[in-house]
Design a protein around this ligand. Structure first.
Ligand code: 5GP
Ligand code: MN
Length: 328
């Protein structure tokens, strides 16, 4: 691990002196990645700085995140500068997680990396990386504070969305008193928590129920896997999404059903993307470091939530993952 202590002073100095800041977050962004990025983009824009904000193809905002304020500041990755003066990266543990924007990141004169993955490779010229942070959003909030930019409701919503999702609605182990203190500050700007959680968790097109039924119906339990701790897994295929033309992100919540399974420490959902590549979501409960196993398969993540990609058959991906988990 090459993670360094957050270098707040340098980040503030660079951002204070920048005419234009180019922001990127990890590909197929979740609420923490996109929410943190649009929060900082709005904060910088609000004090008169130019911003370019984007993420790699497929450049589509997930339906559950279309309520975020500040999406108007996004532009397609094709219009991202090749060699930005000042670039920022949000919630990406390594440069490849930026997809097509890895090139500009490598060429940027300054690259400020805002992230909370323990596995962060230290790919920035300035590292605002803290594995103890519950969400990248918590680090983005600290940066905005240190820049002396007041939190508006529009800025706070992106941060709140990241904080809520990465803590599993304030349920996961990283939910410290400081997390609740930050949530209180964000809510005090006028956010309606019920409205945000309805957007994030409580809506989907009717056709999602068919996708969920198919995925849940195919779930398999292997009690002996993971040294006897058990593994449950399923798939969401392109065929499941096809009838209603659901995008890949429609399958994101399936893992939250699968991981209920009492008999399994580890839960996996393999989601087939539009190119036929399996995108794995892995979760563990108490004992197993799934980030370590995911890293062996070319992915990464956190100890209790990780992922990887696999080109080939789903059962092969599961077999490879089980092997990696047996050694974890
Ligand atoms: P999710 O299952 O919600 O897509 O991802 C869970 C976590 O795993 C994310 O926070 C992210 O850190 C990580 N992750 C998911 N997919 C990948 C991947 O392909 N590569 C890497 N490095 N990390 C991933
Ligand atoms: Mn995150």
């Amino acid at each position: 691990m090459t993670t360094t202590n957050p270098d707040w002073m340098r980040a503030v100095g660079i951002l204070d002196g920048a005419d234009r800041v180019c922001l990127a977050c990890h590909l197929r962004p979740d609420a923490d990645a996109l929410g943190s990025m649009v929060a900082v983009a709005q904060a910088l824009r609000g004090r008169g700085q130019q911003v370019v904000a984007s993420f790699a193809e497929p450049f589509v905002v997930p339906a559950i995140l279309t309520f975020l304020p500040g999406l108007d500041l996004l532009s397609a990755p094709g219009s991202f500068p090749d060699r930005p003066e000042v670039m920022m990266s949000f919630d990406a543990s390594d440069v490849d997680r930026l997809g097509d924007l890895a090139g500009p990141a490598a060429a940027a004169a300054e690259l400020i990396v805002v992230d909370h993955h323990a596995s962060n490779t230290g790919f920035g010229s300035v590292s605002l990386v803290d594995p103890a942070a519950a969400a990248t959003a918590a680090l983005a909030a600290e940066l905005i504070d240190r820049l002396g930019i007041p939190l508006t409701r529009d800025i706070a919503i992106g941060l709140y969305a990241g904080l809520v999702t990465d803590t599993g609605s304030f349920r996961f182990a990283a939910t410290t008193p400081q997390v609740h203190e930050l949530a209180a500050r964000l809510l005090a700007t006028g956010i309606e928590p019920a409205a945000v959680s309805r957007e994030l968790y409580d809506r989907a097109p009717f056709s999602y129920l068919g996708l969920l039924a198919a995925a849940v119906g195919r779930a398999e339990l292997d009690r002996g896997a993971v040294n006897g701790l058990g593994l449950v897994w399923t798939t969401v295929t392109r065929a499941d999404r096809e009838p209603a033309r659901l995008p890949l992100d429609a399958a994101e919540a399936v893992i939250d059903e699968i991981r209920r399974t009492d008999e399994a420490e580890v839960a996996v959902v393999l989601k087939e993307d539009d190119a036929g590549v399996w995108q794995a979501s892995i979760r563990s409960k108490e004992y197993v470091d799934v980030a370590k196993a995911a890293a062996e398969l070319g992915g990464g993540g956190h100890a209790r939530a990780a992922g990887f990609s696999h080109t080939g058959r789903a059962d092969e991906a599961i077999r490879a993952l089980k092997r990696a988990l047996d050694g974890a």
